[in-house]
Write a protein that binds this ligand. Structure first.
Ligand code: PLP
Length: 400
């Protein structure tokens, strides 16, 4: 049994491991958040955020968790009683539509299959029959189900119908793990948080906007104070924030964005896709089922695994933590006790992933699962066969 030695394996689908470079960047004395050095930091971060989101309009950074920005997106663009159409194919999609409802919006839900990526046709149908819908809410990568949905067909549906609704996308676990194009896909508001592909601790919420979203902000009548975009934009213009910003996290964000730029986004996405494929190879080797049943929806960030017959998934997760000092994700909402989630996003390498998969295999054996052998070997073979040409040179690593 592992004791306190070695490093904890944090293989949740977020928060993810924070690279040493980012930890060191944050381990610095604070500076005056109303001074000139701070303004330079803000400007650099905002420019790099435009790059990573592919967003030419303003990107807002709030000291908050990501779901704070669900609220920011809604209160800054909509008015009481407005209708929104929410595509629900997972726990986080359902969470966002609940927030909309609690804010006094009329929420029309499309209850969809949690095991497959979103399809645009029911969205198109609802939009065609209701020109009054003001926003469409959809999650790009559902972290609860390990399913990624295409966004461009939703934009195409809006465009074909000439529908005015704003397109709002939760990219909380896709930014920095999966190709994402805010401008390129005509998204009006994209929401993200710091603790996943951006490899930071939790604590920053991000909202990328479009010209239409910023225009909608002028007439939006939902009450807002802390989340007010107008005030934030005014202050950001000079490199400042309306209230005390999360300075240390911003140091970290500047560094993580620098790391992602150094690696190049294509390599970052390729690295995540390769780890996801190796994880699926392990599942096949073990004879375990992926919760996502459509290969088109396989997630780069996390794989949700169906608990095998006769295995108590919660006991498995407890054993993995107790014996191997590894945290995996549990099932959320209606998937509680049914599935577990392997996070393979952020700062990890081939051996981190193999350690993770070995921990899954040993944990399964520890709880008596009837697993085929060969899962870890299958992942090793995949990794050996696919060493990515564009993989970044080894990064500075822990010296301990
Ligand atoms: N959306 C998605 C897709 C998520 O995965 C999460 C958290 O895991 C959230 C929203 C909520 O983020 P937070 O817990 O930072 O508020």
């Amino acid at each position: 049994m592992s004791g306190p030695s070695g490093r904890h394996f944090l293989q949740l689908p977020g928060p993810t491991n924070v690279p040493d470079r980012v930890l060191r960047a944050m381990d610095r004395a604070l500076i005056d958040h109303r001074g000139p050095q701070f303004a330079d930091l803000t400007r650099r971060i905002l420019a790099d955020l435009s790059w990573i989101f592919d967003a030419s309009e303003h990107v807002f950074v709030f000291p908050s968790s990501a779901s704070g920005c669900w609220e920011a997106a809604l209160v800054n663009t909509l008015s009481p009683g407005d209708s929104v159409l929410a595509y629900e194919n997972g726990f986080f999609a359902a969470g966002w539509s609940d927030v909309a409802e609690r804010l006094g919006l009329r929420v029309e839900r499309i209850q969809a299959d949690w095991r497959r990526p979103a399809v645009a046709s029911p969205i198109r149908e609802r939009l065609a029959s209701d020109r009054g819908i003001r926003a469409v809410l959809i999650v790009h990568n559902e972290t609860s189900t390990g399913v990624t949905s295409p966004i461009a067909p939703v934009r195409a549906a809006l465009d074909d119908l000439g529908h005015e609704a704003l397109l709002m996308v939760d990219a909380v676990s896709s930014l920095g793990t999966t190709a994402y194009r805010h401008d390129g896909w005509g998204v009006d508001v994209t929401i993200c948080g710091s603790q996943k592909g951006l490899m930071l601790p939790p604590g920053l919420g991000l909202c990328a906007t479009s010209r239409r979203a910023l225009d909608a902000n002028r007439d939006a009548a939902l009450p807002r104070a802390y989340w007010d975009w107008a005030e934030m934009r005014r202050c950001n213009r000079d490199g400042f924030f309306p209230s005390t910003p999360a300075t240390s996290l911003l140091y970290g964000l500047a560094e993580s964005l620098r790391m992602l730029r150094e690696e190049g986004l294509e390599s970052v996405f390729g690295r995540h896709a390769r780890f996801a494929a190796a994880t699926r190879a392990a599942l096949d080797g073990w004879g375990l089922d992926n919760h996502c049943v459509d290969p088109a929806g396989y997630s780069n960030a996390a794989t949700t695994v169906v608990g095998p017959e006769g295995v108590d998934v919660r006991r498995f997760l407890d054993e993995v933590l107790r014996r191997f000092d590894m945290s995996l994700g549990g099932g959320l909402g209606r998937l509680r006790g049914e599935v577990f989630r392997i996070g393979h996003l952020g700062d990890l390498n081939d051996l981190t992933l193999l350690g993770t998969l070995a921990g899954v295999e040993m944990g399964m054996r520890a709880v008596g699962a009837d697993l085929r052998s060969g899962g870890v070997e299958a992942a090793m073979s995949h990794l050996l066969a696919t060493t990515p040409a564009g993989m970044a040179p080894a990064k500075e690593r822990s010296t301990t």
